[in-house]
Design a protein around this ligand. Sequence first.
Ligand SMILES: NC(=O)c1ccc[n+]([C@@H]2O[C@H](COP(=O)([O-])OP(=O)(O)OC[C@H]3O[C@@H](n4cnc5c(N)ncnc54)[C@H](OP(=O)(O)O)[C@@H]3O)[C@@H](O)[C@H]2O)c1
Length: 77
Amino acid sequence: NPALTEPAQKYGKTPAQVTLRWHVQQGIAAAPKSAHPQRQQQNLDIFDFELTDAEIERINSLDTGKHARQDSESFGH
Ligand SMILES: NC(=O)c1ccc[n+]([C@@H]2O[C@H](COP(=O)([O-])OP(=O)(O)OC[C@H]3O[C@@H](n4cnc5c(N)ncnc54)[C@H](OP(=O)(O)O)[C@@H]3O)[C@@H](O)[C@H]2O)c1
């Protein structure tokens, strides 16, 4: 999605790193898991750039309110 790929290109990061940065900047705990060392390193390398408020809002706007899986907020934790 351009909301992720455009900031990724701008900051020289991957869309996955933009997604993790979106979490961190809002104080949301993320638990990334990867079987690949290169991706594990990428998932830690998210503290040298900062998304703008507009970029955060653009990613927030991707929320359609529809859940692809069960929503733990209503189904239970
Ligand atoms: N899901 C749950 O309900 C749940 C509950 C409690 C605890 N946890 C824990 O939370 C952690 C994550 O769980 P999960 O269910 O989210 O894991 P998952 O869906 O099994 O794995 C995460 C996926 O993201 C991919 N990925 C990770 N880093 C990436 C990157 N930088 N670029 C592209 N793809 C990337 C991984 O691919 P590759 O491995 O091929 O890189 C993998 O396919 C685990 O330690 C799990 O034990 C999960």
